[in-house]
Design a protein around this ligand. Sequence first.
Ligand code: SAH
Length: 274
Amino acid sequence: MKAEDERQREHRSPVTGHRSLKSGRRPGKVWLIGAGPGDPELLTFKAARALREAEIVLVDELVDRRVLAHARRDARIVDVGKRGGCKSTPQAFIERLMVRLAQRGAAVARLKGGDPFVFGRGGEEALALTRAGVAWEVIPGVTAGIGVPASLGIPVTQRDVARGVTLITGHSGDGSEPDWRALRAGATTLVIYMGIKRVGSLVGAMLEAGFPADTPACAIQNGTLARQREVVTTLGRLPRAVVEAQLGSPAILVVGEVVRHARIATESTAQRVA
Ligand code: SAH
């Protein structure tokens, strides 16, 4: 009787709240997890708990491998990001894979850099899962656009100098350009993701739209990691500074008065150009 009770005991996952019978199989599920901008210590407790439960972990390219220390030892780790110049796994394939695995009853962790819903395609994946009737949960992460400037002491919404912060992409996919005049009028700090390779044309368009060339600006590569590098300068000088410092992806650009708060350690590889 006791053994029977034990077998039938309800198990409730601490993360999902899902009930399951020990003897049965729990329904499949996908966690869309934000791993933060780089430093593995910026992972949330909730993300670590979900990783401890996941049987399969689908990892994006920007996720630091040290985060996987939280995964189960027997978890299947699948890299779905582009590495070494290889083509990334097509988005539709990843979505189908997640649906199939969850429908077979697997607990799947989809691990993404930063926050899954900020330029991370998490929204598209959530939609695909909903359409397929798969249960999913999003676990937010520290987005690069806020956590990376913070690593330099830049408060992106510092009162008195910034009304807010606007997160935009420098790489629209459809070739369209942001409405720079409207962004200038908005008087918020601008954080540009995926813009480092186009920094010359982006800055050119901003200057044309009336952004003053002496607006403080910086570019930060590999933010929050030991290999972080940055240049802190003005908007007008930013393209040249980026080239001279040979900064590349992944990097964010930050434009606005708040950049004056940047604290740069003298021993770092940083360059203060202005
Ligand atoms: N979902 C992620 C963004 C994915 S888009 C987030 O919320 O942060 C990828 C872009 O994010 C990169 O091209 C770069 O612009 C930015 N990024 C991600 N990690 C970064 C890091 N450690 N340092 C600087 N920029 C980073």
